[in-house]
Design a protein around this ligand. Structure first.
Ligand code: SAJ
Length: 429
């Protein structure tokens, strides 16, 4: 299909780079977001999120007149929905987190107002299986004057596809272009139209499947990573019991040509890998046993790390009987959800620091080179520079392996414990 105007609904970590990418290829892009501050920021040629290279792209796109942002949808030929799919509030302590499709529903209903014959609607948001069909049903409900693929197949007025995003935060601009794309049209024509759209900038392969398989493919990618990290986290607990260095163990095992174990850490964070596997579990609760266990193992790792820190403190007090807990300082290295970013959302390291701050009566020092103020939940803790904080204090806990910590010689200080994803060639323990 040829198209002139594309509307991107949701101008967050995925929607905004995607909008800027289409604009950089000379397409007219209408970005839609309910957040007035985001809309104003983008229209002034600036960005409200942190992502390398994106600021320059948005500036050029806006000043060239290719990208504009608004809070209400306008007519276009293609609508690309990239809104969040969080969890619904948990129904009880052991209940399975269920996906919340409210944002997709709201986006579909607002797009419906301006939809016209021959338009294409693409759902990019990570979604449980069946969400694309559900979105199409919401559109059909709002626009009885148009026909949709679930009833009229290839002859429908509107085309619908699910094409999940798969880019890594921090590398979004490059990965948008280079990664292969899964194209899940509700019919072959829908898939073909979506391929034509992505070919505007995608250099990777555009691989066609149906919408349900495309939804499951995205969830599978993140669940696969979660399961692999859970294996590493479980190994780290076994190794702790057996007095074996897990980092060395994994390095050795990975020398086998068909073994590739990931790294243990304080848990799994971010908005994707810690969330998406639950979308599989909630659809197939009794079959998805490994996927559920992996989620639980990775979530439980946070509590395990906190218990280890309590043990370090207890041992420190046994070795230093003249000191009380209130006189012991604990230094945490790293707060973000993974190395070399400033993103604290869903961060296991932050959860560990908060719990330490809650139970510990002495000083908590945090060294996090990527932020300038501590979150409110860490009130009373002290944010220190690496140069001031390194080595000072009594107990040292490495939680995130930022590049700034590379080469530090922790072997020269006592009472160090690492729970970070560590490259042991870079850090001396
Ligand atoms: N982690 C470990 N051990 C490892 C690797 C990662 O504990 O060996 C932890 C990280 O510290 C972090 C979490 O896992 O807390 C997730 O980090 P990540 O780098 O694995 O992934 P994200 O969440 O930044 O991005 C993922 C990517 N998915 C896959 O690699 C399969 C990305 O391609 C997706 O587009 C993104 O999720 C998404 O939006 O779904």
């Amino acid at each position: 299909m040829s198209f002139n105007a594309i509307s991107v609904i949701g101008l967050g970590y995925i929607g905004l780079p995607t909008a800027a990418m289409f604009a950089s290829k000379g397409k007219k892009v209408i970005g839609v977001d309910v957040n007035q501050h985001a809309v104003d920021t983008i229209n002034s040629g600036k960005i409200h999120i942190v992502e390398p290279e994106l600021d320059v792209m948005v500036k050029i796109a806006v000043s060239g007149g290719f990208l504009k942002a608004t809070t209400f949808p306008e007519p276009a030929d293609v609508f690309l929905i990239a809104v969040p799919t969080p969890f619904l509030p948990l129904q009880g302590e052991n209940s399975t987190p269920e996906p919340d499709l409210t944002y997709i529903e709201a986006a579909a209903k607002s797009v419906a107002l301006v939809l016209k014959k021959n338009d294409l609607v693409i759902l990019e948001s990570t979604s449980p299986v069946g969400a694309t069909e559900q979105m199409s049903a919401w559109l059909a409900e709002s626009r009885p004057d148009l026909t949709f693929p679930q009833v009229h197949g290839e002859d429908s007025d509107i085309r619908i596809a699910h094409c999940p995003e798969r880019v890594l935060p921090g590398h979004v601009v490059r990965e948008l272009v280079e990664n292969d794309r899964v194209i899940g049209g509700m019919t072959d024509k829908c898939s073909q139209a979506a391929i034509d759209v992505y070919r505007t900038f995608v250099k990777g392969d555009c691989v066609v499947t149906n919408a349900r398989t495309a939804e499951m493919a995205k969830l599978t990618e993140n669940a696969s990573r979660d399961v692999n990290i859970a294996f590493a986290n479980e190994l780290s607990i076994i190794c702790d019991e057996l007095d074996i260095n897990v980092w060395e163990l994994i390095n050795l095992s990975n020398r086998h040509p068909r073994v590739n174990i990931l790294q243990p850490g304080p848990g799994v964070g971010g908005h994707c890998i810690a969330v998406d596997p639950w979308f599989i579990v909630s659809k197939s609760p009794s079959a998805a046993r490994l996927i559920r266990s992996a989620r639980e193992i990775n979530d439980d790792k946070i509590g395990w790390v906190v218990e280890k820190i309590k043990l370090l403190l207890a041992n420190y007090l046994l070795d230093n009987p003249y000191k009380s807990a209130g006189e012991v300082s604990i230094t945490c290295y790293g707060l973000s959800f993974k190395p070399n970013i400033d993103d604290l959302r869903e961060s296991p390291a932050l959860q560990v620091a908060i719990r330490v701050n809650d139970f510990h009566s002495g000083q908590l020092v945090v060294i996090e080179p990527n932020i300038s103020t501590l979150p409110a939940a860490l009130s009373g803790a002290h944010l220190a520079d690496l140069s001031q904080g390194f080595g000072s204090g009594d107990i040292h806990v490495l939680l995130v392996n930022h590049r700034e910590f590379s080469g530090l010689d922790f072997s020269s200080i006592k009472n160090v414990s690492t729970f970070a994803v560590v490259d042991i060639d870079n850090i001396k323990l």
